[in-house]
Design a protein around this ligand. Structure first.
Ligand code: ADP
Ligand code: MG
Length: 196
């Protein structure tokens, strides 16, 4: 038996005007795997995640999820959660509302979404900021809220772009350990990008 990979890139490439962001790339990630893509700045890591998420269309090649060609599908149709390097928290929502947002969007009832959001925020050490707006938080705190938002639901895959970039020392270790624990608990599929 040879199940389809959860994520598969087939000769997927991306050019922006004169720039080659990603050269034709073949990549398979099996369900349950945690794959790390390591490379220097400018090597195309973020673009690769954006191709998987559907935030960019490849200029050639294809993207498959569980064997289905999703190359032309919208991000919302792909059931993938992502946390990007640049914070994309909603500025007008509180930290807790941000974290609960993906659950609410899926139709999870208010109280349940709230308790799941708060549980994850606690595990990431940001529950104390539940009622604050992102603009009032430090970079590291915003990053952890962002991570909580990405991890709050159980999608087909998680894409994490430099998720520890704004954390140092003990906070970085804790976030890394927690990610490993959550990955094992949920048997989730994760692609993590880092230059370090
Ligand atoms: P990394 O995440 O590894 O630092 P990126 O995927 O962000 O790399 O970028 C790869 C290359 O593509 C870089 O040369 C970058 O300048 C270029 N690039 C990325 N996004 C765009 C864009 N939207 N428009 C033009 N060039 C881009
Ligand atoms: Mg990047």
């Amino acid at each position: 038996m040879n199940p389809e990979p959860r994520i598969r890139l087939e000769e997927a490439a991306k050019r922006f005007e004169g720039t080659v962001a990603v050269q034709p790339l073949n990549l398979s990630v099996l369900a349950g795997q945690l794959v790390v893509i390591l490379g220097p700045s400018g090597s195309g890591k973020t673009t690769t995640l954006r191709l998987i998420a559907g935030l960019e269309q490849p200029t050639q090649g294809k993207v498959f999820l569980d064997g289905e060609d999703v190359t032309r599908k919208a991000p919302s149709a792909r059931d993938i959660a992502f946390a990007f390097q640049m914070f994309t928290l909603y500025p007008h929502l509180t930290a807790e509302e941000n974290v609960a947002f993906p659950l609410r969007a899926q139709g999870v009832a208010g109280e349940k979404a709230r308790s799941q959001a708060r549980e994850l925020m606690e595990r990431l050490g940001v529950l104390a900021f539940a009622d604050r707006r992102p603009g009032t938080l430090s970079g590291g705190d915003q990053q952890r809220v962002s991570l909580a938002r990405a991890l709050v639901r159980t999608p087909k895959a998680y894409l994490l772009d430099e998720p520890f970039g704004n954390l140092d020392g003990a906070l970085r270790e804790e976030a890394r350990d927690l990610l490993r624990v959550l990955h094992n608990e949920r048997e989730s599929t994760t692609v993590l990008v880092t230059h370090d």
